[in-house]
Unconditional design. Structure first.
Lengths: 233, 199
């Protein structure tokens, strides 16, 4: 299967210079990017063996001696390409704040408690159908210094590899109905409403585990589509 | 599950300031690294090299919270990916590395000099490494390439030829001294802004 990577698909991404998110001002290029044809270097990408992912890496609630505090949740979905096909056997990494909105990162000094039973890091590999699943804790919102009274909506960071180095994606998964959406310059750096909606997980009652955990579905769509039209049958 | 054609790709968002414990812990956090900055395995053939440098913002300040990822061919110019239909790689060399910059904005990769990879017309490209740059303040990562100043093939490289001559130096790592150490700084902005590619 040969995939192509149309540049038009990149229109879903935020502009690199999005001044409402202040840090972009000095960290976005000012000279034009150089267009080029994709060569084998761009069209290939790393492949992982199962040795990269250990057995319990996808369950962030059992990594410590005790159970973390907060609302236990299941986050699952498919990694797909632009044609909707599952992207199999790719590495999916996540990292997040704890239930109080605090990261274990040393730079995060937000006065909310750390949880000794929660690191907030996980990884898994999509299966043959592109499906992945994590068990974690619902992260809290947290303040940041971008502007007066700035708060990030609750989110989980995702890092995903696809079929090629240019389908690489780092994004953030949000939760439905968050009241902070209208005020967050990172979320709103994606200007198209439909594209923003693709970063919001959906509440998944059918896969909620009774007496145990609510479930959210987050499908991730990576660059890459069939070079020839799909057969329909 | 039936495939529904998505209405577009998932938009990118910044890695933010707190990715280190999840993506590049490097012994500072309990989590283990999925990848490191050392790509060389015992059975890797080819010339061992180190590529190092610093990452700067538009004020010329170093960026201590940057993540860099590289992707490259082996010494024979083949990728460790079944999508590369040429000969199979002959070692456990994976061709992928990841590193977080340190407090001085510095990075280093230990790898091998890649071989020659053809362009879509079969023309040889000079040895190069793909570099992706992620950081707080970057909503979407940037792609650039690392070339080597001691490669005669640079003169005929079809990608370097697309770059205005006065900016090519931003893509070419320079060999420092007699060791196999190449230096290349990344400037996200400013007079020395690195050439990034629209891929």
């Amino acid at each position: 299967m040969t995939l192509q990577y149309p540049l038009q698909s990149l229109a879903a991404h935020p502009a690199r210079l999005s001044p409402a998110y202040r840090s972009t001002v000095k960290r976005s290029p000012q000279k034009p990017l150089i267009p080029m044809r994709h060569t084998l270097s761009e069209l290939t990408g790393p492949v992982y063996g199962h040795e990269t992912v250990r057995e319990h890496d996808s369950d962030l609630t059992i990594q410590a001696k005790g159970e973390p505090l907060g609302e236990r949740i299941i986050v699952h979905g498919h990694v797909r390409d632009e044609d909707g096909r599952g992207v199999p056997n790719v590495l999916v990494e996540l990292w997040q704040a704890n239930a109080c909105g605090r990261y274990i990162h040393v730079v995060d000094q937000h006065p909310a408690p750390l949880d000794p039973n929660f690191t907030g890091a996980g990884r898994t590999q999509s299966d043959a159908a592109g499906y992945y699943k994590f068990v974690t804790i619902k992260p809290g919102a947290y303040p940041w210094g971008n502007h007066h009274n700035a708060w990030r909506p609750a989110h989980i960071h995702f890092s995903v590899f696809g079929h090629s180095f240019i389908s690489r994606l780092v994004t953030q998964m949000y939760f439905p109905g968050d009241p902070l959406f209208p005020f967050d310059p990172i979320f709103n750096s994606v200007t198209d409403e439909k594209a923003r909606a693709r970063m919001i997980s959906s509440f998944d009652l059918d896969n909620t585990k009774p007496e145990w955990a609510l479930c959210y579905r987050f499908d991730i769509v990576l660059r890459g589509r069939n070079a020839t039209p799909m057969e329909t049958k | 599950m039936p495939n529904q054609r998505p209405d577009g790709i998932t938009p990118s968002q910044t890695v933010g300031p707190y990715f280190k414990y999840g993506l590049t812990p490097n012994g500072e956090y309990e989590w283990n690294d999925a990848f490191t900055s050392n790509l060389v395995t015992a059975d890797t053939s080819g010339e061992r090299i180190r590529v190092e440098g610093k990452v700067y913002d538009g004020d010329g300040a170093v960026i201590p919270d940057c993540m860099l990822e590289i992707w490259q061919a082996d010494a024979q110019g083949r990728f460790s990916d079944p999508q590369d239909k040429r000969a199979l790689p002959n070692s456990s060399f994976k061709g992928f590395g990841r590193v977080g910059t340190d407090r001085n904005g510095a990075y280093a990769f230990d790898t091998i000099k890649p071989g020659v990879v053809p362009d879509p017309d079969g023309k040889p490209q000079a040895p190069h490494i793909l570099l992706a740059v992620f950081a707080r303040g970057m909503l979407l990562h940037l792609y650039t390439r690392i070339y080597f100043d001691d490669e005669a093939g640079n003169a005929g490289d079809p990608v370097l030829a697309l770059v205005p001559a006065d900016r090519r130096a931003t893509l070419i790592a320079r060999k420092a001294g007699s060791g196999n150490v190449y230096t290349l700084d990344v400037h996200l902005q400013g007079d020395q802004e690195t050439v990034f590619f629209d891929v």
